[in-house]
Design a binder for this molecule. Sequence first.
Ligand SMILES: *[C@@H]1O[C@H](CO)[C@@H](O)[C@H](O)[C@H]1NC(C)=O
Ligand SMILES: *[C@@H]1O[C@H](CO)[C@@H](O)[C@H](O)[C@H]1NC(C)=O
Ligand SMILES: *[C@@H]1O[C@H](CO)[C@@H](O)[C@H](O)[C@H]1NC(C)=O
Length: 289
Amino acid sequence: MIADHLPAALMLLLLFDDLSADMGTTPNLKQIVLGRCFSYVTLISPGSRYNCEEIWREFRNAVIQRAPCNVRVKDYSRMFHASPQALPCDTLLFWSKTREFVHSYSAITRRFCTLEDTLVGYMFNDLIWCGQKEKHRGFDFISCPEWSTCANHPVYSLWKQASQNFAASACGNITVILNGSMENAFNRTSMFGSVELDGLNPRMVNHVNIKVVANLEGPIILCLCLCGLLCVSIARDSCTKGSILNLIQILKTRGFRWTCTDTDMTLLILQCIQNPRQLSCQIFHNNML
Ligand SMILES: *[C@@H]1O[C@H](CO)[C@@H](O)[C@H](O)[C@H]1NC(C)=O
Ligand SMILES: *[C@@H]1O[C@H](CO)[C@@H](O)[C@H](O)[C@H]1NC(C)=O
Ligand SMILES: *[C@@H]1O[C@H](CO)[C@@H](O)[C@H](O)[C@H]1NC(C)=O
């Protein structure tokens, strides 16, 4: 009831206060990071030789020896040095604005490796961390700066280096899954559009296979006769429209071979499994029977 009488500006202030209070270093950071590391080396990739304690130590030193907005990419170099990883050719899967969906796809197909399937990606996925203004005082569990307000945000810098390493190790075919329902499915300032794309080596990568996924809702514009009838609705961006043409142009200029599809059967079926009530999926389903 009290809230009803507060001026809007004050309400906003309280809201932001709440937000920043929730955005400190993830509680139990050390236990989570170490636990994930041990889980990775013991269960996910048994036989790999990593010193989890050392990786944690180098990570911690990189962060707490510096002010919260001043952890540069190269400050993590000792940590990355302690966690090198070669990734199998033909398996790397990149994504932009399709995170959740791509992780379901990757879990189901079991053929691909995303950044979050690498040791470092696995250890730090979804976590937040930063040091304190006075250095060496440990992690700040109360609040961390927003990415956008920092020159060198500790979380951003780690992901930037991890993304760079991931792209640089790509060989054979790679797959990129983009979101055709976004205004800019390919965005040059996203992690994929800047760091990862620039990190790919045309001499090591055979094909860049682009797959565009658009939401199923909306007016149906295209029906396919692939093991039944599947209808696809209008997309903002596709292989022949919008920002994805820019991506293709960059790939051509840099000498990559590429393919692009906006009607990948496996992806469409996965979308229908996740949204069986969609009209397009019901048409699909009826034709399968
Ligand atoms: C594409 O982006 C829209 C808008 O952000 C989102 O609702 C949708 O889930 C995304 N699609 C996929 C496949 O991730
Ligand atoms: C690589 O991609 C190309 C083009 O999509 C395809 O023809 C080829 O079979 C793929 N090779 C492997 C090893 O997946
Ligand atoms: C591109 O991505 C950046 C960073 O994620 C975002 O701030 C920007 O608004 C996006 N640009 C467009 C045109 O969508």
